[in-house]
Design a protein around this ligand. Structure first.
Ligand code: B12
Ligand code: SF4
Length: 472
């Protein structure tokens, strides 16, 4: 059957491109099952909504399937409405963490026939087959739909793919891959790059995080991961890579094995990953460094132990500081991500985060805590009436640089001001430690990461912090 996969855009701003692995994995499984697949990539091809609709309709699909992060819900809604107007009989489906956690919103607002829950590869292939055969697609495990009374019904749960090596590699060639390979990467490297997924799942339980693959970690074999990377070098001449896993460093032995193979088969290739401070040690970091790792991003989130406990991070600020210093000491650049506005946040806890950054000598954009669907804080925000209309909340979602839901005892404007103060103070103390190298570097980095708007916002925050430095 002819299937058109639609990747909705982030928006109109210029920013780096991130390859949509979820959709590309679904595409390769559909191809493997014998279906004909077209991709309409709004993001990579910078398509307007009307162009995306035109391309979708022109591809004459029997099934239209939407991907993209939950933050792109508003585009799925708009696209689905327009496509339905042009092709009333087409079967429409969506998959991702949003469709999985708030299926009723996707089904009702976007007029979809069904949504795929969780891991999509096997479900999508079976679903398209059932639609093609005019069979009872409601029997396919791992989906949800609306019944005649408008109530959400779910089929039997889909078992996770036991052997990740059995999945075909992502269908890179259905996308204009050169756009992604040559785009600047979120690890701030202007080199040819593409990543590969090594594992699915994370054993930890942070209250602001949703893991579509759950707590049980499944890992590909190191041989298969490195073989895929070797293929990426051969096909696209990549020089930089990384692992967009939930948590790449969840198992030392696994990481060490990948590193040994990378040293042997991919000398000269640099890479980065997401790490967790209590899953690394000196031996592991040195091995990673020797295998080309030059950048690790740690989710630090707060420099205050009380807040770390509230987030159920399972680590202390001291552990975070030690890991950052250890990482830098072996020659890998360590970066931290921070959030502000968790329930229980106070001026004192924010000051501790600022102090933490000073001591660690790091800076990073500080984002507002956002209760994404599926997280513990989403349920809490619903219970407390802080999110009254889930669809309206999804429609406003973006990159967490705006305050969407206030979980604290501060007023919105107090919290925004506190964030601007903290962001500015952290940035100022970092920059002025080595002004001649750091100021140009940081401006460029923020522009790449967050576009012109983000750069403008951060510069404004920085100036505000210089002018009002004693406020907090
Ligand atoms: C890489 C990444 C990014 C990249 C972009 C990735 C991209 N190409 O879109 C960047 C760095 C830009 C990014 C940004 C953000 N991200 Co992000 N990101 C990830 C990360 C680490 C990996 C995504 C990935 O490639 N996964 C691997 C693929 C194979 O899995 P998948 O996408 O889920 O796809 C599977 C299923 O969802 C399903 N599926 C997916 N699409 C489709 C389509 C169809 C038709 C079907 C049938 C099935 C299906 O099947 C797929 C295969 O099994 C995930 C965590 C994770 N490991 O998933 C977080 C994650 C998706 N991000 C998240 C968040 C919150 C954000 C930000 C809001 C963070 C921030 N504070 O700014 C921003 C949003 C920016 C924006 N404006 O939209 C959350 C989403 C939470 C939620 N409840 O939805 C996640 C889950 C992290 C987390 N654990 O909380 N992110
Ligand atoms: S934030 Fe990171 S460590 Fe915590 S549960 Fe999510 S993926 Fe795991």
């Amino acid at each position: 059957m002819r299937v058109t996969l639609v990747y909705p855009s982030y928006g109109t701003e210029q920013h780096s491109l991130y390859f949509p692995f979820g959709l590309a994995y679904v595409a390769s499984s559909l191809l493997n099952a014998g279906h004909e697949v077209t991709v309409v990539d709004m993001e990579g091809d910078r398509l307007s909504v009307s162009e995306a609709v035109r391309r979708t309709v022109d591809s004459s699909p029997g099934v239209v399937a939407f991907g993209g992060m939950v933050t792109r819900f508003r585009y799925v809604k708009e696209l689905a409405g327009l496509i339905r107007g042009e092709m009333p009989g087409v079967f429409m489906v969506a998959g991702n963490s949003g469709a999985t956690t708030v299926p009723e919103i996707y089904l009702k607002s976007c007029g979809l026939d069904c949504v795929v829950l969780g891991e999509g590869e096997v479900t999508a292939a079976e679903l398209v087959f059932a639609v093609e055969e005019a069979g009872d697609w409601r029997q396919v495990p791992g989906i949800a739909w609306l019944d005649d009374d408008g109530l959400v019904q779910k089929s039997a749960p889909r078992e996770p793919v036991a052997d990740l090596d059995s999945l075909p590699w992502p269908a890179w060639d259905l996308f204009h891959i050169e756009n992604y390979v040559s785009s600047m990467d979120h690890r701030q490297k202007k080199v040819r790059h593409l990543e590969a997924l090594a594992s699915r799942g994370c054993p930890f339980n942070c209250v602001y995080c949703y893991r579509i693959y759950g707590r049980n970690v499944r890992r590909r074999s190191p041989e298969a991961i490195v073989a895929e990377l070797v293929e990426l070098v051969k096909l696209y001449d990549i020089r930089y890579t990384g692992f967009p896993d939930d948590l790449f460093t969840s198992d030392k032995k696994f990481v060490m094995e990948i590193c040994a193979l990378m040293r042997e088969k991919l000398p000269g290739i640099k890479w980065s990953c997401l790490g967790r401070v209590n899953t690394v040690d000196r031996e592991m970091l040195e091995t990673m460094k020797n295998a080309g790792c030059d950048w690790i991003s740690y989710g630090i989130e707060s420099g205050c132990d009380r807040m770390l406990e509230k987030m159920k991070r399972g680590v202390t600020a001291k552990q975070c500081l030690d890991a950052i210093k250890l990482t830098e000491s072996v020659g890998i650049h360590a970066e931290g991500s921070f959030i502000i506005g968790m329930y229980g946040e106070t001026r004192d806890s924010v000051k501790r985060t600022v102090e933490f950054c000073r001591e660690a000598d790091i800076t990073a954009p500080m984002l507002f805590v956002t209760p994404y669907p599926g997280t513990a804080i989403f349920s809490m925000a619903l219970e407390r009436g802080l999110i009254k209309d889930v669809e309206e909340f999804l429609m406003r979602m973006n990159a967490a640089d705006e305050l969407l839901v206030n979980l604290t005892d501060f007023t919105d404007s107090e919290l925004i001001e506190l964030r601007d103060w903290a962001q500015g103070t952290i940035g100022r103390s970092y920059l002025f430690k080595k002004p001649f190298t750091r100021i140009p570097d940081l401006l460029w980095k923020h522009f790449k990461l967050r576009g012109a708007r983000g750069l403008f916002h951060d510069m404004r925050a920085f100036l505000a912090s210089v002018l009002f430095r004693n406020r907090a």
